[in-house]
Ligand binder design. Structure first.
Ligand code: HSE
Length: 326
């Protein structure tokens, strides 16, 4: 569909021949914003992943279970996986529903796309069981309802890369216009200091106005980052990983942020910054050796600060949510 046209919603018929009624999926973590692209850029990760099991029901309802004791809301409308499924089943002309069990490995409030993994995993799995009657773009449209539950606002910079894989640019959400950005293979190091930053709060502290000189610098960085990914120009990627609007405000919520950023770049990282709304910090590196050295620096800093943390060294996931078994 031409993204400039208004959205038209047509009732879909679930594939009557669907043999499988149960599926498991791995729903990956994501890094939203990619430093300068607040709400418009995101990247899918190979680690960490949530595991979700979904069963197709022949009545119009959504049932949610948490497998590992996380106090997830079980009212579908209040659950980041449930709300997108409620939207999806409302667009079917046959009564269908889903029962979901979520094994949450991506901690809520981590900045690694926990709510997006639940939302994207649920809609990809559900669509698989319905016989893939919805497009990826439809799935992003549904999954954004999960982000609205989590942060009060619809944004697609976690759910789009989680569903499409790789790096995505969300040029617009009204109407949805998603562009996959080709990128070189890079390593990603993430540190998750064990404090919780709620996306809702991290959005509320942002200034509502931006100085024109800051906007110009940010536009240059976004364009430079996209060009750097597309041309495989690692130095350009590194130079463009700069945020003069959001990071100066949000970084005060993250102990050790400035030191992590400075020391990781000294160690050879191309650059990085806050992952999503934090508190996780991500760094991109050209090779695995550097990514591991960067991890050691992060560990050393948080050991010294005395704050518990988890780290991941991973790569860019180019395929998004993975169907495991029928
Ligand atoms: N773009 C969103 C934000 C991502 O930074 O608030 C939240 O994960």
């Amino acid at each position: 569909m031409n993204p400039h046209q208004a959205e038209t919603k047509i009732k879909r018929t679930a594939n009557a021949l669907a043999i499988n009624t149960k599926v498991s999926v791995l729903a990956p973590g994501t890094v939203a914003n990619l430093v300068c692209g607040f709400d418009i850029l995101g990247m899918c990760l190979n680690e960490p992943n949530d595991l979700m099991e979904i069963t197709l029901l022949d009545e119009k309802k959504v049932i949610i279970h948490s497998a590992d004791g996380y106090p997830l809301p079980t009212d579908p409308a209040q659950n980041t996986a449930g709300a997108p499924l409620v939207e999806m089943i409302n667009e079917l002309d046959t009564p269908r529903g889903f029962e979901i069990t979520i094994h949450k490995h991506i901690k809520p409030g981590s900045g690694i796309g926990s709510s997006a993994a639940s939302a994207a995993g649920a809609v990809v799995a559900a669509n698989h069981l319905l016989g893939n009657v919805f497009s990826k773009r439809d799935l992003v449209r549904f999954a954004m309802f999960g982000e609205k539950v989590a942060s009060g606002v619809k944004h697609a910079d976690n759910v789009a890369p989680c569903i499409y894989g790789g790096i995505t640019l969300i040029r617009s959400i009204h109407p949805l216009d998603i562009i996959s950005i080709p990128c070189p293979s890079l390593y990603v190091t993430i540190v998750h200091p064990q404090i919780e930053v709620r996306t809702k709060d991290a959005r509320q502290i942002l200034r509502k106005e931006v100085l024109l000189k800051d906007a110009i610098r940010q536009w240059g960085n976004i364009a430079g980052l996209v060009a750097g990914f597309m041309q495989g120009d690692l130095d350009l990627i590194g130079r463009s990983l700069e945020d003069v609007i959001i990071e100066p405000v949000r970084s005060i919520l993250i102990p050790g942020f400035d030191e992590v950023k400075y020391r990781c770049k000294e160690e050879g990282a191309l650059g990085g910054g806050i992952s999503g709304s934090g508190p996780s910090i991500f760094m991109l590196s050209r090779d695995e050796n550097t990514a591991i050295k960067v991890e050691k620096v992060m560990q050393e800093i948080y050991n010294r600060i005395g704050l518990e943390y988890h780290t991941h060294v991973t790569t860019i996931n180019t395929t998004g949510v993975k169907i495991l078994q029928d």
